[in-house]
Write a protein that binds this ligand. Structure first.
Ligand code: SF4
Length: 91
């Protein structure tokens, strides 16, 4: 889910074929700190300077260094790295 492209219209919750509200449930890419702070329910990440990201996951907010030791689960780290590498046009 891409925060800057979403106006929270809720259509995806209505039409999603799964029992889901994608705009609330999907891991979210944030582009601004304001967007990250305002969206208190969405799990997701905000790219920071260098190779760091600010992450909200399982109710915790923390910074993670993608080039060093961090507390990201491996699947979440892989997801973030993939977004940054292969979907940079979203940034
Ligand atoms: S709520 Fe869903 S359908 Fe509406 S803009 Fe956001 S992602 Fe798109």
């Amino acid at each position: 889910h891409v925060d800057r492209m979403c106006n929270e219209c809720g259509n995806c919750a209505v039409f999603c074929p799964y029992d889901s509200a994608p705009y609330r449930n999907k891991f979210t890419l944030f582009l601004t700190r304001d967007g990250f702070d305002e969206s208190t329910e969405n799990q997701g990440f905000l790219p920071l300077e260098g190779r760091k990201v600010l992450v909200r996951l399982d109710g915790k907010v923390f910074e993670a260094d993608l080039d060093g030791q961090n507390q990201l689960p491996a699947d979440v780290e892989t997801f973030i790295l993939t977004v940054l590498k292969d979907y940079a046009y979203l940034l």
